[in-house]
Design a binder for this molecule. Sequence first.
Ligand code: JFZ
Length: 417
Amino acid sequence: MTEIEYFKPERGQRPGANQDPRLDWWRAAKFGMFIHWGVYAIPAGVWKGEHIPGIGEWIMLRAEIPIAEYEQLAPQFNPVKYDADEIVKLAKSAGQKYIVLTSKHHDGFCMYGTKETDYNIVDGTPYGQDILKDLAEACAREGIKLGLYYSQTQDWHHPNGFGNTWDFNEDEQDFVDYIDNYVKPQVREILSNYGPIAIIWFDTPKIIGRQQSQELLELVHELQPDCLVCGRLGNQLGDYATAQDNAIPPDLQAEIDWETPATINDTWGFKTQDHNWKSTTRLIQNLVEIVSKGGNYLLNIGPDAEGAIPQPSVERLQGMGAWLDAHGESIYGTVPGPLQGQEGYRTTRKGDAIYVHIFDWPPSGRLVLPELEVKSGTWLDAGVESPLAVNCVGDSTVILGPAAAPNEHVTVIKLTK
Ligand code: JFZ
């Protein structure tokens, strides 16, 4: 069995960046919304009547669709249901503090008005509007930070981009030319034309060299000094580390700033056949688990070809938001708690307060924790009336509660000295 590497160096944090105050807002934010959206939402996992296995946004590669055929999706892309305000309000109601939208994914189609190619939402579709501009304005109105995903290495549409072996001969490609004369001008566009951009979320570094990663990092910081760059820039140059998709490291990661990008079902880009939705409880527990180990959770939605957000995603995000309304104090602005690796619960801390998040409520209602030198405790959920008894018994802190879990997802107790 191979051990999972949660943080490969090529997706790691640049040495010293873990002390950088530019990350402070992000460290406090904990929870963001990822949006994978592009023309792949039209086939939605089905090509010529055949279900193509795997994640939806990879359909071009998985089915080895020639550029000339895949390009025909753009003139069909007319997402009349797209509503930037609705998306931003959904993120807010879910308790998400930042949004990261795919400006260009591996298929090369640009979801913003670029001068570098006509293969973009403004010039190449009947919709004809710059969805990124709308989203940037909605984010500014609502006070949500906006980040942009940009596929810097893989581009299956550009003759010099990496990854398309069915239309191009790799030996004849000039990758550095693609970085210098296509990627850099596009990064310049997205950082110049849409106001403050909080994060550039590069991805799948693969063949990118250290010099190219370094130059992209410098370009981002030159244009917007406060903009963070995720670890998938490559070559351990990111402002923060990126974990594997949907992967939560087994232990506390105290030395680095890190983020887990994750899906609610099993795909990023919309697929009609993916109904494997995680439960709201599971998603809340994932958030708590990640935050208790020092990370951020970037949870994805994949709008459909019309721009509508799948209802199961909406319901789950709203459920998470309702939980966060009552328990956000134990999440935002916290650091990992003193008890790690425990069975059935996780801890976070803010100042003197220790928050215990109970996943498996003991049927006796009697929760036994190791000695914590705390004297009093309260339920975080304002709806819970029953008083909370905290007793020090020998080397243990014993909490007495009701037999049934007070919260259906995760019950949180705040302990103080
Ligand atoms: C990448 C993309 O290829 C995918 O389409 C999506 O955008 C996702 C967020 O990121 O997929 C990856 C990248 C890295 C790993 C797995 C999937 N990894 O390190 O395990």
